[in-house]
Design a protein around this ligand. Structure first.
Ligand code: ZN
Length: 410
């Protein structure tokens, strides 16, 4: 087989030429099932080659791996065809698959779409354990409202103990936010479920059930954590003109610091996720995120008097200032120091205006035009397939053959 260029059009063309032979059943599935797989492969190959050539930031990217159907989660991304959020705000319509009842109300997004302030670009259906998720990619036109206190500043000290986040507000009040997913209680439950799993015979129904239980526990913890991070960051971004956080090297914390329990709680607390989320939310809200220098001693310097406590251990919650003799609360003091930090902003995330920040959609698209554009008609081949096997709300069984298999240029 001749070598192929690793681009989306070439790979797609090769697939279209070969699908009749290698996958005569291709008509049974939506063409998007193959299309999104090929697009992801092209993206992965591109990431690998740019990373190899040193043209890509971030950690090194390996060569894409073959994914077995049973081990990888099923997913398909729809770009074309009839897809919409139904007006009852409880159903999502997808091409080929049909209408799906959503567990969560789609109100917030549906309202934006109906008003013409958002346009649906694609919908991705994916399996997570025994659940199906639809994620909707949209362009949202939003008018930046300034933060409520444009001159106000706040500092956030993130930690891994019971006090997950300590916030020093502009009016000098201290807010303490408890850990989003109480790790201690959850660990016991998780341990029990894990032990159950390991005692059951692999492949048996009991093993499957125990594994599902474990997955449910993990999912719950992740959801609680995400919820806490988003509510905190949204609240602060809407209120303050400037938010100051520490430059935490979370990866290094997880790697370097002794005890396994400590490293585990570093990741468990999700503190590495706060900064990138704040970076885009502050820019959306019209505020600014400042990241204090990595060497700024926010914990060891007494706010106000400037006394420095050299021998401060990780576990010390309080210390006595050697300069003025006052008893200092470690986290509150660190948050105050961060709030009043004035230094150069050298953070990459901040300068770029956020890691994952979508560009605000300010264009000449009138609301009506966009509302009409996204409710596009199904193309002919979709309608045929939809009639042939309309599976209702059953999860699709994408027997997508990985295009890597047999099409990889050798
Ligand atoms: Zn002092």
């Amino acid at each position: 087989m001749p070598a192929l260029a690793w681009t989306l059009p070439t790979l797609r063309k090769a697939w279209n030429q070969a699908k009749g032979e290698v996958a005569p059943w291709w008509r049974d599935c939506s063409k998007e099932a193959y299309g999104s797989g090929i697009a992801d492969l092209a993206a992965a190959l591109n990431a690998w080659s740019t990373s190899k050539q040193g043209r890509r930031a971030g950690p090194r990217v390996g060569f894409p791996r073959f994914k077995a159907r049973r081990r990888d989660r099923g997913r398909v991304r729809f770009h074309t065809g009839t897809m919409r959020l139904e007006a009852d705000r409880r159903h999502v319509l997808l091409p080929v698959i049909g209408k799906l009842r959503s567990k969560e109300s789609t109100r917030r997004l549906e309202r934006l779409v109906t008003k013409g302030r958002a346009r649906v670009l694609s919908m991705t259906l994916s399996e997570h354990g025994d659940r199906l998720f639809v994620s909707v990619t949209t362009i949202v036109a939003h008018t930046p409202r300034g933060p409520r206190e444009p001159q106000g500043r706040c500092g956030i000290d993130l930690g891994i103990g019971a006090e997950w986040a300590v916030i020093a507000h502009a009016d000098d009040t201290i807010e303490r936010v408890a850990h989003p997913a109480p790790w201690a209680t959850e660990r016991l439950q998780r341990r029990r479920a894990a032990r159950q799993t390991s005692r059951r015979i692999v492949g048996s129904r009991g093993h499957r059930q125990a594994r599902a239980k474990l997955a449910a526990l993990d999912r719950r913890a992740a959801n609680l954590r995400r919820e806490a991070i988003h509510t905190l960051t949204t609240r602060l971004a809407r209120r303050y003109g400037v938010i100051v956080v520490e430059d935490l090297d979370v990866a290094a914390m997880g790697r370097a610091m002794g005890r396994r329990a400590f490293r585990r709680s570093v990741y468990q607390a999700g503190i590495g996720r706060v900064r990138p989320i704040l970076a885009y939310k502050t820019s959306w809200a019209g505020g600014r995120l400042a990241v204090a220098d990595r060497w700024f001693t926010s914990s060891k310097t007494h706010h106000g008097c400037g006394g420095y406590c050299a021998g401060l251990g990780l576990a010390d919650r309080r210390w006595i200032c050697p300069n003025c003799g006052e008893l200092v609360n470690r986290n509150a003091n660190a948050a105050r120091n961060l709030r009043d930090w004035t230094g150069p902003v050298r953070d990459r995330d901040v300068q770029r205006g956020g890691v994952a920040a979508p560009v605000p959609f300010v264009g000449d698209h009138g609301g009506q035009a966009r509302a009409a554009a996204w409710a596009c008609e199904a193309s002919q081949d979709h309608r045929e397939v939809a009639e042939a096997n309309d599976t209702g709300t059953n999860p699709p069984t994408p027997r997508v053959r990985n295009p890597e298999q047999g099409y990889q240029a050798q």
